[in-house]
Design a protein. Sequence first.
Length: 139
Amino acid sequence: MLSAENFAEIINALRKMEPSDPVHKNRRAMRVQHTGKTHIYRMEFDPSEATLAVDLRDISARGCSFSCKSRMKVGSGFVIQFSRNKQSPVSMLCTVVHCRPTSIGYRVGAEFTCSLEAKSASREDDSSDLDRIRNSILT
């Protein structure tokens, strides 16, 4: 899993780079390939179905992309977490920008919407936080 510290280092490096690759010229933010497995927490699902395993593909200052087995609706929201050393994880609210079928599932591109502030330093029950976030977005 990508840590918050690694994410910050990637973003700082991206800000210093010049977009020499033609692929980056039409993008709002440069991407860095970063592979790894993680989970996202989908807002529009019952808590028992909300967690989805994904394979992270790349990340930028504005969002990320990943592969997964389930189709995701464009415009839907989810939460992804980045771990931090000796601190609670950073949770980012994301919005699905595109979802394209692939030979092994779907490739999803998502934009970071905002950072979600933790209620306390220790989290005993993340499901109550997910319910709170889900209710605030869907009402």
